[in-house]
Design a protein around this ligand. Structure first.
Ligand code: CP
Ligand code: NVA
Length: 300
């Protein structure tokens, strides 16, 4: 593994290696065992979109590993003034030991990796959110003790989260079902992968998708960059919500995951969110541990 651009690039074993090291680093942190595995190393964090969890978990995680993380905002760097990504890549490769980037087009991340001589980590694009899904898988395994054979259900927009959950879930041996409204299905590249892989269903009805699920997941109806579509999307996604009816269709001990931020009353009801808050905030915490594992594997 040279980069983490999208889960399509990783093997099942590479995903499990990240989860295993994530578990180990979480244990070490909780038990006060220092792990300065990136001492003297620096991570650049390029943000072209907002973030709370990704920024704080990468910055703190790098610190805990003995390294240093720098926040590079597109607006206040030359990136925002149009410096080509190929040049940014070659310059930053001479200062840093790794780059995490959050941006719009997946192609930009792929180009950054192509022209960089250091590892690139995708901190969210319109296409994928691999770091989040690694944390989700880590959390599901923590609660359920395994991944293989479990049913993962995603309800809502066929967005970066849906794309990465489908690929990640299938690769680790889960059954994956998605309910999306017409016109908002997951990316065709992901659907092609899922079809070839098997174990995947795409339906319109959320309760049908959630039937006998072990984990039910959703995400916002309008992602970053889609704010101007919010009203149109509110209509299109009405009913694409994790609510009691959906949870009644899932297994009685089903867990709920949400990458956050959540919009109560839209993609999830306040009651279900609060009933599953422990699982959801453990998921948020696991961003830290899973990403530290990614950084150690790529940058050590
Ligand atoms: N889930 C997630 O990526 O959160 P942030 O947008 O706050 O980084
Ligand atoms: N799909 C959401 C995820 C946010 C973490 C977005 O891209 O805005």
């Amino acid at each position: 593994m040279k980069n983490l651009l999208k889960l399509l690039d990783l093997s099942e074993q590479e995903i499990l290696n990240i989860l295993n090291l994530g578990d180990q680093l979480k244990y070490e942190l909780k038990h006060g065992i220092a792990h300065p595995r990136l001492a003297g190393k620096a991570l650049g964090m390029i943000f072209e979109k907002a973030s709370t969890r990704t920024r704080v978990s990468f910055e703190t995680g790098t610190y805990q590993l003995g390294g240093h993380a720098l926040f590079i905002s597109a607006q206040t760097s030359q990136i925002g003034r149009g410096e080509p990504i190929q040049d940014t890549a070659r310059v930053l490769s001479r200062y840093l030991n790794g780059i995490m980037i959050r941006t719009f087009a997946q192609e930009e991340v792929e180009q950054l990796a192509k022209y960089s001589s250091i590892p690139i980590i995708n901190g969210l694009t319109d296409f994928a959110h691999p770091c989040q899904v690694l944390a989700d898988l880590m959390t599901v395994r923590e609660y359920k003790g395994r991944l293989k054979g479990l049913k993962l259900c995603f309800i809502g927009d066929g967005n970066n989260m849906a794309n990465s959950l489908i690929v990640g879930g299938l690769k680790v041996g889960m059954e994956v079902s998605v309910a999306s409204p017409e016109g908002y299905e997951p990316d065709q590249q992901v659907l092609d992968f899922a079809k070839e892989h098997g174990g995947f269903t795409l339906v319109r009805d959320p309760s049908e998708a959630a039937k006998d699920a072990d984990v039910v997941i959703t995400d916002v109806w309008a992602s970053m960059g889609e704010e101007q579509e919010a009203e149109k999307r509110k209509k299109a996604f009405a009913g694409y919500q994790i609510n009691q009816k959906v949870m009644d269709a899932a297994k009685s001990d089903a867990m709920v995951q949400h990458c956050l931020p959540a919009h109560r009353g839209e993609e999830i009801t306040a009651d279900i969110f609060e009933a599953h808050a422990d699982e959801i905030f453990e998921e948020a915490e696991n961003r830290l541990h899973a990403q530290k594992a990614v950084m150690v594997l790529l940058m050590e």
